[in-house]
Design a protein around this ligand. Sequence first.
Ligand code: F6P
Length: 389
Amino acid sequence: MPTPIRRIGMLTSGGDAPGLNAVIRAVVKTAEFEYGWKVVGIEDGFEGLLTPPKIRNLDSTAVRGILSRGGTILGTTNKGHFRTIEIDGKQQRDPAPYRELAQNMRRLGIDALVIIGGEGSQGIASELAKYGVRAVGVPKTIDNDLYGSDRTFGFDTALTVATEAIDRLHTTAASHDRVMVLEVMGRDAGWIALHSGIGGGADIILIPEIPFSMDAVASKVMTRDFQGSNFSIIVCSEGAVEQGGQQFYQESTGTLGGVGQHVAREVVTRTGKDTRVVVLGHLQRGGEPTPYDRILATRFGAAAVRELAEGRYGEVVVLRGGLITTITMVECAGKVKNVPADDEMVRTARGMGIAFGDESLDDVVPEALAEIQVDHPEASTQGDDTAED
Ligand code: F6P
């Protein structure tokens, strides 16, 4: 007979997302008010349950005022000791930290866990089940690429920030007859670029799922010029790739990024148009969650506690067709929900004249085509336009 639940632990793991605190608040309140359970917050992700443990009691008073706050009051880490390591050419997990975590949970009297994290964290959670750890997962990523869920909290906030950026870029681009390249987050999936590109009225959207050709991008820019729109807005995911190319990494940090600079450089070379780049980066992840994200996060947090109460361990709460349901951690772990090539939104965007950089050059007006691939030394990609004032 499994021990009944009286005290649960909760942790946030992986990159932060607006809405994490709303989940924490919902877990605490539901556990306390609906089931009379105690809750402990575990600091810095799974690492907080290694020795010495970093935990603190959370009750409804402790989570007062955090619904609208960005970040996570518990702190977070990216896998740490629980990451997979290469042993004999295979990706494997070191059992030591898993065993230690399970032991510490028993010592601390934590009966089950709520694990708020992305697909990597759900993979760690499903591995922990082998060590007797009972857990339920809450999916988290601003990229909206978690397999099995229509939406993840944080995405709507990121989308709102990116769309506002496109709106702002429009007015300055039109004033200067410039090309503006906006690089947004999206490591493996282009949901932020696709949604914000449609919502903000971008002219070109570049996403990891649709490798682009610079000829197609440049000809779209010149076609717009030929048709009387002398500016263009290009929104690209940080993970977008050129046909036959690879993702770009920044030399300074070793992290993903730089495709925007590449696209801008090529646009200048091929079209001669004055071009600027904006990298939105972590502005998409910080700050207050939108009302949509607060509500989704609250629903996820409450649902996770109910799952634990019903003994449905090893499940991740997800949103499908507007309803909260679950998938197994095993099903969710290590998978990405990509933008399908035949996605209705991709089709809608194409129908609106938005290019994805994979278009054939056959339909391009000859006058626009004649303009590209010439050397235009007078154009620039400077990040700062004050010198021209
Ligand atoms: O997974 C979400 C994400 O926002 C990615 O789009 C991005 O590449 C990554 O996080 C960056 O995270 P960090 O800077 O924390 O490593």
